[in-house]
Design a protein around this ligand. Structure first.
Ligand code: NAP
Length: 286
């Protein structure tokens, strides 16, 4: 941890609750490695205090902050500028100060893509199937488009909600890119995809015995397919354990978390974030 003095600069994360966040451990480990006089703090902020909170952070000279649940969407009208990717996803997870103004972006899509980009795959022949239609799914859709996947199939449990999700993309460049389904389409979709992504919280602690898809269905994935779970507690989730038992490649959500944080920190610090220090700190905190 940096030695705090009168010149120490502030970064942090706003959320409600924020006590469970792994971000302070990751970011402070990276800052210590770079010997920068900065600390990254948790800032618990209730929804009704969001506007006042953002003003307060500006008044205190905070350099930038991460945004987590439940503020990722509601913060947008309080920012002076957001990037096209944040606009497309409809959520902001990283904010920084430019000339008396707050600017925001979303680094979740890039974080999601990072472990896939590390593989030598031709993404133009992969049509991913995504389970869930919530906030994280939006970053996954944008990430898959950026990777070059030709189309994406999003599967939700509620026909009305998944239809609303579909409609929400119609004003973006990805309007024709995604198709939506309800859960009963999975036996048809799963044998046709080489990338199956779980963005639901099914299997997250404390429900660690649950899987969004039973082993019989995972067995119908094509050989060598990837099962990717955004969950990182537990690691691996039941979904990934079952997929691995069927010979599939697995990716858990820890690398996405590290990479989205590293991209944010690089922006705040103006120098490359030490990714390995962040990865080690995260894995130790899990
Ligand atoms: P969210 O906005 O609440 O969305 C959750 C989605 O899962 C919703 O579409 C919901 O369906 C669906 N769902 C929930 N329970 C279900 C069930 N029993 N059966 C079928 N579908 C169900 O949450 P989120 O922010 O997208 O986060 C989702 C997960 O991703 C969490 O586990 C979170 O920790 C993880 N995550 C990881 C990272 C990372 O960096 N690794 C980043 C972000 C999120 P309805 O719409 O029908 O309610």
């Amino acid at each position: 941890m940096a030695k705090i003095n009168g010149k120490t600069k502030l970064l942090g994360v706003i959320g409600h609750p924020v006590a469970h966040s792994r971000s302070p451990a990751m970011h402070n480990a990276a800052i210590a490695q770079l010997h920068r006089n900065i600390v990254y703090l948790p800032f618990p902020l209730a929804p009704e205090d969001l506007a006042a909170g953002i003003e307060g952070l500006a008044a205190l000279g905070v350099v930038g902050f991460s945004v987590t649940i439940p503020h990722k969407q509601t913060i947008i009208p309080l920012l002076q500028e957001i990037t096209p990717i944040a606009q497309q996803i409809g959520a902001v997870n990283t904010v920084w100060r430019v000339d008396q103004a707050w600017h925001g972006t979303n680094t979740d899509a890039a974080g999601f893509m990072a472990p896939l980009q590390a593989l030598d795959w031709d993404w133009s022949s992969v049509a991913p199937v995504v389970l869930g239609n919530g906030g994280a799914c939006r970053a996954v859709v944008a990430g898959c488009a950026e990777l070059g996947c030709p189309e994406i199939h999003v599967v939700g449990r509620d026909a009305e909600r998944v239809a609303r999700f579909h409609a929400s993309w119609q004003t973006t460049a990805l309007g024709n890119y995604l198709q939506v389904y309800t859960w009963d389409a999975l036996p048809r979709l799963i044998p046709q995809t080489r990338l199956l992504i779980n963005t639901t919280p099914i299997g997250m602690e404390p429900q660690t015995e649950d899987s969004p898809v039973p082993v019989e269905l995972l067995a119908t994935l094509p050989p060598g397919a990837i099962a990717y779970d955004l969950i990182y507690t537990p690691r691996p989730s039941r979904f990934l354990q079952l997929a691995q038992s069927q010979g599939m490649m697995i990716i858990d959500g820890s690398e996405m978390l590290v990479q989205q944080g590293a991209i944010a920190l690089t922006r705040w610090l103006g120098e490359p974030a030490p990714v390995e220090a962040m990865r080690q700190a995260l894995l130790e905190s899990l």
